[in-house]
Design a protein around this ligand. Structure first.
Ligand SMILES: CC(C)(COP(=O)(O)OP(=O)(O)OC[C@H]1O[C@@H](n2cnc3c(N)ncnc32)[C@H](O)[C@@H]1OP(=O)(O)O)[C@@H](O)C(=O)NCCC(=O)NCCS
Length: 253
C-alpha cells in the first residue's frame, strides 16, 4: 500500500474508500459528533475539555487541503484557549498566523486496518478487564511509567479502556480515543516494562478492534514515527499506514 506525506498546505492519502476522508480531520470530526458532550466551542474553533484531551480543531472550510489561514478561526481558537495556552492541533496541517509560536512538532503516521472485516475475539479476551473511574490513578501511574502519549484524568471518558492485571497490579492497558463517524481510534496502548513481550498489548489492541468492528466501525490509530516497537505491534495485527502526519502544537499569542 502506498501513502503520502502530509505537510502544511498539502495532503495526500491512500484511497481506501470514501468514508476514510473523515480521518483527515479526526479531532474536529469527533468533537462535532460523537464527543460533542466533551467539547468546548468558540465560533469556528472547537476543543476538548482540558482534563479530557488537549486537542483542538478549526473549521477550515476549504476542503481537505487544510490550507486555511483564516484569521477569524485562529482568533476564535485564541479566545477559546486563552493567551499563553497550548493549541494542540494534533495532525491538522492548518498553519497559524504570525505570532503563534511552535511548541512541538513530531512526525507520525496514521494507521488503519484495510477492509471492513471483523477482528476475531476468540480467546484473545483472556485476562482482559474493563477499566473504570476507580482505576484512573493506576492508569495515570502506568502512563507516567510508559509514556504512550497524552492521557489525562478524564481521558477514559472518551471510550472503553481495557487493562490486564498481574497479581492485582495494572501492567497493560489500551483504550478508545477519537471517534470520527464510522471509526474509533485505539490509543494509550502501553505495557509496564517488566511485563513486555508477553503479548499483552497485542491482546488488548486485538480485543478493542474486535469490539469496534463488532459494532460496525473500523479501528484506526496514530503512532510516532520513531516508535518502531509500536509500529511493529500494529503491523503484526494487520494495520497499514494510511497517511504520514505531523503532530504540531502552538502557543496562543
Ligand atoms: C509498544 C508496547 C505497547 C508493546 O507492548 P508489549 O505488551 O510488550 O507488546 P506484545 O508483547 O503484545 O508484542 C506484540 C508484538 O509487537 C511487536 N513488538 C513489541 N515490542 C517490540 C519491540 N520492542 N521491538 C519490535 N517489535 C516489538 C512484536 O511484533 C510482537 O510480537 P512477537 O512478540 O510475536 O514478536 C510497549 O513496548 C510499550 O508500552 N511501549 C511504551 C508506550 C508506547 O510507545 N505505546 C505505543 C503508543 S502508539
Amino acid at each position: 500500500m502506498t501513502y503520502g506525506r502530509v505537510t502544511p498546505g498539502e495532503r495526500q492519502t491512500t484511497r481506501v474508500g470514501g468514508d476514510a476522508a473523515v480521518l483527515d480531520d479526526p479531532v474536529g470530526q469527533s468533537l462535532r459528533g460523537h464527543h460533542a458532550r466533551l467539547a468546548r466551542r468558540c465560533g469556528r474553533a472547537v476543543g476538548y475539555l482540558p482534563d479530557v484531551a488537549t486537542f483542538s480543531a478549526l473549521s477550515v472550510g476549504r476542503g481537505a487541503t487544510g490550507a486555511d489561514t483564516d484569521a477569524t478561526a485562529w482568533a476564535d481558537l485564541a479566545r477559546l484557549l486563552g493567551p499563553g495556552e497550548l493549541a494542540d492541533m494534533f495532525s491538522s496541517p492548518a498553519t497559524p498566523p504570525p505570532g503563534w509560536k511552535p511548541v512541538f512538532e513530531m512526525e507520525g503516521r496514521q494507521m488503519i486496518r484495510p477492509g471492513t472485516g471483523r477482528f476475531a475475539r476468540a480467546e484473545a479476551e483472556t485476562g482482559v478487564v474493563e477499566l473504570g473511574a476507580d482505576d484512573v490513578p493506576e492508569m495515570l501511574g502506568l502512563v507516567e511509567r510508559t509514556r504512550p502519549g497524552p492521557f489525562w484524568a478524564r481521558t477514559r471518558e472518551l471510550g472503553t479502556y481495557l487493562g490486564i492485571r498481574h497479581e492485582g497490579t495494572l501492567v497493560a492497558m489500551a483504550g478508545e480515543r477519537l471517534r470520527p463517524p464510522g471509526w474509533t481510534e485505539i490509543s494509550a496502548v502501553c505495557t509496564a516494562p517488566e511485563a513486555r513481550g508477553r503479548g499483552y498489548a497485542a491482546r488488548l489492541v486485538g480485543e478493542l478492534a474486535a469490539r469496534i468492528t463488532a459494532r460496525g466501525e473500523r479501528p484506526f490509530l496514530h503512532v510516532a514515527e520513531a516508535n518502531t516497537a509500536a509500529i511493529a505491534l500494529y503491523e503484526g495485527l494487520g494495520f497499514e499506514t494510511r497517511a504520514e502526519v505531523v503532530f504540531r502544537g502552538f502557543r496562543v499569542p
